[in-house]
Design a binder for this molecule. Structure first.
Ligand code: HEC
Ligand SMILES: [Cu+2]
Length: 386
């Protein structure tokens, strides 16, 4: 708070860019709150990697400052001290001092080797996951995260949104997102279905590019929550990945106990066979369909894919599809009866077989079993033309 009023006051003086102000604010807050300007400006450290990374960062910053200050002072001093008067002839007077030159080469070299060594050691530590780590498969796609657990529980991560004034982040259903058991190393195996994304949890100090066509991984052990509730952290995409990049948020929950985690797992996998439409609605969110398909009658919401509202019941004239690709032969498929059901099944299982007119992006194949497919189709049918 103190920092904010300082920057407000500085802001009134004008002239400084907001990035500069933010930097200054971080230092000021660090000075006032922690008695140190060596704050990294990062949120609280909450994983096994965070401490070592923060100290590496502080070490490098201190070394850089120790060199920067005297060199700059000497530079400015020499510029004035040896300035020639206008018209005076510049002449060279270079001599040679071997001990001096060896010293100023060897000492900085040793420092750089030390910096390299500590960085390399921690980078190695971050990439070699312990063998008993709990592994979650993470899929990134424009513009959401999805998490597949060893239990088969799959959860969409489309939980976070920037508030309308874009100043705060808001969550929706707390069962969505990346839920983690307490006290165990977590390994994430990550793929992208479309473009380059980057997985980032600031409190854990972990960040990893997620590249299409390549599997990347990362691991960490989150700190145990102090209270009885799961600790929540924001998960961000830090690689500009298209229009809604800034909304590619999700939440990470570290459960305080194994029971709490297993309760979540039960909720996450529970589907009610007596209520296929409601189960389908759950799957729509969990499986990440909600990232691209809207279900609102007015068509509001995501529109990367066609809306499901009123889809069931469209005539062959109203529902044109191409075979194979957007340029393949075109035909109409009526969204009623068996033909419609077959089309839905095919377009979910094998998204590139048939292609809805007017859409250029293929749908990413999502793994669904027969029961889930049935629930999803019942849900799509329930949203059909009234
Ligand atoms: C990354 C965005 C994306 C996600 C996630 C996604 N879809 Fe799609 N979907 C599309 C696009 C784009 C199309 C249109 C192109 C096509 O027909 O292949 C489409 C088409 C469809 C169609 C055909 C609709 C029509 O009007 O003909 C169905 C059915 C469908 N998706 C179901 C699903 C289901 C079920 C899920 C979740 C398991 C899902 N989609 C997840 C993007 C997505
Ligand atoms: Cu992204």
């Amino acid at each position: 708070m103190a920092g904010s009023s300082i920057t407000t006051a500085l802001g009134d003086l004008g002239g400084l860019g907001s990035a500069g102000l933010a930097w200054l604010e971080t230092r000021m807050v660090g000075l006032l709150a922690e008695g140190s300007i060596w704050t990294t400006g990062m949120p609280a450290a909450k994983s096994n990697h965070a401490g070592p990374i923060d100290s590496d960062y502080a070490f490098i910053t201190i070394i850089c400052t120790i060199f920067f200050v005297p060199i700059t002072i000497a530079l400015v001093y020499f510029a004035f001290r040896y300035k020639k008067a206008p018209g005076e002839k510049a002449e060279s007077d270079v001599s040679h001092n071997t001990p001096l030159e060896v010293t100023w080469t060897v000492i900085p070299m040793l420092i750089v080797v030390v910096m390299f060594y500590i960085g390399f050691r921690h980078a190695n530590m971050m990439y070699a996951a312990p063998a008993d780590a709990y592994t979650v498969h993470v899929t990134a796609s424009q513009w959401s995260w999805s998490f597949l657990h060893p239990s088969g529980a799959q959860m969409g991560g489309d939980i976070g949104k920037l508030s309308p004034d874009r100043k705060a982040r808001e969550t929706t259903d707390p069962d969505l997102g990346l839920h983690l058991p307490p006290g165990v190393p977590i390994r994430l195996v990550m793929n992208s279905t479309d473009v380059l994304h980057s997985f980032y949890i600031p409190e854990f100090r972990v960040k990893q590019d997620v590249v299409p066509g390549k599997t990347s991984s990362l691991w960490f052990t989150p700190d145990l929550p102090e209270g009885d509730e799961p600790d929540m952290y924001w998960l961000l995409c830090t690689e500009y990945c298209g229009k809604d990049h800034s909304n590619m948020l999700s939440a990470v929950y570290v459960h305080p106990t194994m029971e709490s985690f297993l309760q979540w797992q039960t909720r996450a996998t529970a589907l009610d066979p007596d209520n296929p439409v409601e189960s389908g609605a759950k799957l729509y969110v969990r499986k990440g369909c909600a990232t691209c398909h809207s279900v609102a009658p007015d068509g509001s919401g995501p529109n990367t894919g066609p809306t499901w509202s009123g889809l069931w019941g469209l005539s062959a004239d109203e529902h044109q599809v191409h075979e194979g690709s957007p340029t393949g032969p075109k035909r109409g498929v009526a969204m009623t009866g068996e033909a419609g059901e077959e089309y839905l099944r095919e377009s979910i299982r094998n998204p590139t077989a048939l292609w809805r007119e007017g859409y250029i992006q293929p749908m990413a194949a999502v793994k669904v079993d027969d029961t889930e497919l049935f629930f999803l189709i019942e849900y799509i049918k329930s949203l059909g033309k009234q």
